[in-house]
Write a protein that binds this ligand. Structure first.
Ligand code: ADP
Ligand code: MG
Length: 347
């Protein structure tokens, strides 16, 4: 059942990679074990995700694209102890404001799948103004309202099709880097989630292509790292596990040793299973590795931190992914001390 959360976290979709991150998190929340992503034109023309998760109830379909509609909070107290990625009920709403969204979904107990199209209601007025002032041809084909769910064939799971992302926000489209670069950013975010969720099989390909540009098969975290960065890295990795009851954090990391060199630092940070950025942690690690690696060589660092949700602020600024959390200095200190010790031992 859907409830409405009352908090505005200001989620902003700035580029296709932001959208795919939200969609992947939804698929993971739904318990998916395979996630397939299909992309056209760097995600601007088509960004599609297919999962085998628990699906969406037919009756909830008209609600899922509404702001603050989420199935993940049942009562207000839940906000304190959220253990799913999503809880704001804002991602699909944000996306459906800047793209055409079609959801095809089937729950296990439904006899068929349901297809629901949320076509962005274009501001008709703008159309007219454009037509009057620019001699432009009006193409309002996709500008209709939302339709009802229609029965269709399909397996249990959900497919979300995003078409013409930013069609109505040309300024945001202009700020992007071009298809190839946007596609790389999509692959980057998939790689992160594939490593953090190594039991889930991820695939990413371009529309019409038979070969995948990214593929991970279900296995260990190390398997996923090897699949993403090549076989050479596998034997040069260090595991770190640590539970700190006093500072209330749990650390689970896999980092490269001093024998392994990357052209650019790979820094994959997860806090409470959400991919985030922390320039403080990154800088500390870069400085640490600089003492062990030759010049212009860099490390691979995958770090997963878990802490009480109320100690983390993942939305410092709506346009930034930078994370802030309690005891940051001490967590960084612990991390660096531990890695330093291990790097010294390998040498
Ligand atoms: P949130 O994830 O914060 O709840 P979203 O806008 O991302 O908000 O999603 C809205 C709702 O749509 C979710 O709460 C969930 O019920 C449903 N949903 C979205 N994607 C999926 C999916 N892949 N599988 C099952 N349910 C989904
Ligand atoms: Mg979500």
């Amino acid at each position: 059942t859907m409830t409405h959360s009352c908090l505005d976290f200001g989620q902003i979709i700035q580029r296709p990679a932001n959208a795919i991150k939200e969609l992947i998190e939804n698929s993971l929340d739904a318990g998916s074990t395979t996630i397939t992503i299909t992309v056209k034109d760097g995600g601007l023309k088509i960004l599609q995700i297919q999962d085998n998760g628990h699906g969406i109830n037919k009756d909830d379909l008209p609600l899922v694209c509404e702001r603050f509609a989420t199935s993940k909070i049942k009562q207000f107290e839940d906000l304190e102890t959220i253990d799913t990625y999503g809880f704001r009920g804002e991602a699909l709403a944000s996306i459906s404001h800047v793209a055409h969204v079609t959801i095809t979904t089937k729950t296990a107990d439904s006899p068929c799948a349901w297809k629901y199209a949320k076509m962005k209601k274009k501001k008709i007025l703008i159309f007219f103004i454009r037509a009057i002032y620019s001699d432009g041809i009006m193409v309002p084909a996709k500008a209709g309202g939302s339709s009802d769910a229609k029965p269709t064939a399909g397996n249990t799971g959900t497919q979300i099709m995003i078409e013409d992302l930013f069609f109505n926000v040309p300024i945001r489209k202009k700020a992007l880097k071009g298809s190839a670069e946007e596609y790389n950013k999509i692959i980057d975010i998939i790689t992160r989630y594939a490593i953090h969720n190594s039991s889930v099989a991820f695939t990413c390909k371009k529309v019409g292509s038979n070969s995948a540009d990214f593929r991970s098969i279900s296995g260990t975290t190390r398997d996923a790292i090897r699949q993403s960065y090549g076989p050479a890295i596998a034997k040069e990795l260090i595991d770190i596990f640590h539970t700190n009851t006093e500072l209330e954090f749990k650390l689970d990391a896999i980092v490269s040793n001093a024998n392994f060199k990357m052209k650019k630092m790979v820094f994959l940070l997860f806090i409470n299973h959400r991919s985030v950025e922390s320039s403080n942690i990154k800088r500390a690690l870069e400085n640490l590795y600089a003492a062990f690696l030759p010049k212009n060589s860099h490390a691979f660092c995958y770090i997963s931190l878990e802490m009480k949700p109320q100690n983390v602020d993942v939305n410092v600024h709506p346009t930034k992914k930078e994370v802030m959390f309690l005891n940051e200095d001490k967590v960084i200190e612990y991390l660096c001390e531990t890695i330093k010790e291990k790097l010294a031992n390998v040498n």
